[in-house]
Design a protein. Structure first.
Length: 256
């Protein structure tokens, strides 16, 4: 007798391999042909519990919208605290600035210890000096700072600052430095300002009888005009004229 027992035929057969769960999920439903599937349903919407068009649009455009919003916020912050454009409304600064020019004003120029200097083109709030109604900004050139004596005029018709005559090559062609004589010592903390188109500018000369004697408080200065940004054909940097470099410091006793 053989030492090895013989198994019945049914015991020698391999155990049935249990169907894989994934395979089971593909099993054919009775009465349905293999390969056929359910008919496509309606487009997902709120009632189906799936994202609708608005949600899909937000997913696709979210990054662009957030980037655009960030740019707008950054521009607003820059305009409020750093650089602000102003439109020139009149011809009082021609030909340096023309009507309709957009100037870019550096609002940090006189922060952190900086002060307006002779020859700077500035934008300032005229409330309390040039305007008693408020709400009006002006653009002019600084001629004298606190302590300066500004006089019109010498025998050649030139302005004098602390006795130094100014050769004002930036004046509008045909204009004289001033048709109104004056002699003023600028109080400390204030500025004497004039337009480059002297025959078409209402400036410190026209406000001699107003509070401050025609001078503007430094604290009312919004900033220094640095560039003409528009139109592109007039795009240029506004520089301080060299004539002011020769002006000496105020004489002793001239401080207001």
């Amino acid at each position: 007798m053989d030492s090895e027992a013989t198994l019945p035929e049914r015991d020698r057969s391999s155990p049935a391999v249990e169907a894989d769960p994934e395979e089971r999920s593909r099993s054919v439903v009775p009465g349905q042909e293999p390969g056929s599937g359910p008919e496509p349903g309606p487009e997902p919407g709120p009632e189906s519990g799936q994202p609708g068009r608005a949600a899909r649009w937000w997913r696709e455009w979210r990054r662009t919208v957030l980037l655009a919003a960030g740019c707008v916020v950054a521009l607003l912050l820059v305009s409020t605290y750093v650089v602000q454009p102003f439109q020139v409304p009149s011809g009082s600064m021609e030909n340096t600035l023309r009507v309709g020019d957009r100037v870019l004003v550096n609002k940090l120029a006189y922060r952190f210890g900086g002060h307006p200097r002779r020859g700077d083109v500035i934008v300032f709030d005229g409330n309390g000096s040039f305007s008693q109604r408020g709400g009006t900004d002006y653009v002019k050139r600084v001629i004298g700072v606190g302590g300066d004596r500004v006089t019109c005029c010498d025998k050649r018709g030139r302005l004098l600052v602390n006795g130094q005559p100014l050769d004002e090559g930036y004046l509008f062609p045909g204009d004289v430095p001033s048709r109104v004589p004056f002699d003023i010592v600028v109080p400390d903390g204030r500025l004497w300002v004039m337009g480059d188109h002297r025959d078409d500018s209402r400036d410190s000369r026209d406000h001699l009888g107003d509070p401050g004697g025609g001078t503007v408080p430094v604290g009312k200065v919004i900033g220094r005009a640095e560039w003409i940004g528009w139109p592109f054909g007039h795009w240029t940097k506004l520089r301080r004229p060299a004539t002011f470099a020769a002006v000496p410091a105020p004489a002793a006793g001239h401080h207001g």
